[in-house]
Design a protein around this ligand. Structure first.
Ligand code: ADP
Ligand code: MG
Length: 251
């Protein structure tokens, strides 16, 4: 579904991603773990071009996404093509990123109406279905500040799903939530996984990662140190850096 080839990204002279190559298969759930500042968010943001890599290539469904590399230089695709490519991936952020002045329904219909150009009635129908899917049929008319953190994050997931993405990217979707609200968001993500959604999830929820992930990737200092099925990475980590990280985060 998604393939990264030697992705590098620097901010100034700080190289944050030092050549990441990965394949994310259709229907597979990948959890990315690693210390704070290791480049996890930057990697996710490169995958949907919220950040532009300095070099390396991104393939979505077998075709080169966002840009071509010509004589070693990045040549961006036309804007409309980039928009289409980016729409293949839904993104969910730690801080929800909802529009405060729009209801749950309005947040979900926004992209359908303004990006896809759907008529309002059709957008409303899709949005209601997506909100039902995340258990929020009773909250369509609520504004973000009338919703709990867990509900807000479920609206954000519904909003991403409404655009019919091929894959979903999650950047620490439960890190901003009170502990008692984490479960309802993880449940929705588990449902998506069981429906076959391809997902890439940056998370500190190790128990969840162990349950849901087909593949776990441990990133440290901008590079993949170790990856494999959760049983291998969590129970028999091969690298000292992975072992030390897991010792610190698993109590
Ligand atoms: P993680 O998500 O693993 O905590 P990030 O990808 O957010 O790590 O950040 C990796 C490194 O890149 C950090 O040192 C961070 O300060 C730096 N960084 C991230 N975004 C920017 C930016 N827009 N400008 C400058 N430095 C950045
Ligand atoms: Mg991050």
């Amino acid at each position: 579904m998604i393939r990264l080839a030697d992705i590098r990204k620097s901010f100034g002279n700080h190289e944050v991603l030092k050549g990441v190559s990965e394949t994310f298969k259709t229907g597979e759930v990948t959890c990315i773990i690693g210390p704070s500042g290791s480049g996890k968010s930057t990697l996710l943001r490169c995958i949907n071009l919220l950040e532009q890599p300095n070099s390396g290539e991104i393939f979505i469904e077998g075709t080169r996404a966002y840009y071509d590399v010509v004589d070693g230089r990045i040549r961006l695709h036309a804007e409309a093509r980039i928009s289409r490519e980016r729409r293949k991936l839904g993104m969910v952020f730690q801080d929800f990123a909802l529009f405060p002045h729009r209801t749950a329904l309005g947040n979900v219909t926004e992209g359908l109406i303004y990006s896809l150009g759907l008529p309002k009635g059709e957008a409303d129908d899709i949005a209601r279905r997506m909100l039902a899917r995340v258990g929020l049929s009773g909250h369509v008319a609520h504004y973000p500040d009338e919703l709990s953190g867990g509900q807000k994050q479920r609206v954000a997931i519904a909003r991403a799903l409404a655009m019919s993405p091929k894959a979903m990217l999650f950047d620490e979707p439960t890190s901003a939530l009170d502990p008692e609200l984490v479960g309802e968001v993880l449940e929705v993500m588990k449902d998506l996984s069981s429906e076959g959604m391809t997902m890439i999830i940056v998370t500190h929820e190790m128990k969840f990662a162990r349950e849901i992930a087909h593949k776990v990737i441990f990133i440290d200092q901008g590079a993949v140190v170790e990856e494999g099925p959760p049983g291998e990475v969590f129970d028999a980590p091969q690298h000292e850096r992975t072992q030390n990280f897991l010792k610190r985060v698993i109590r």
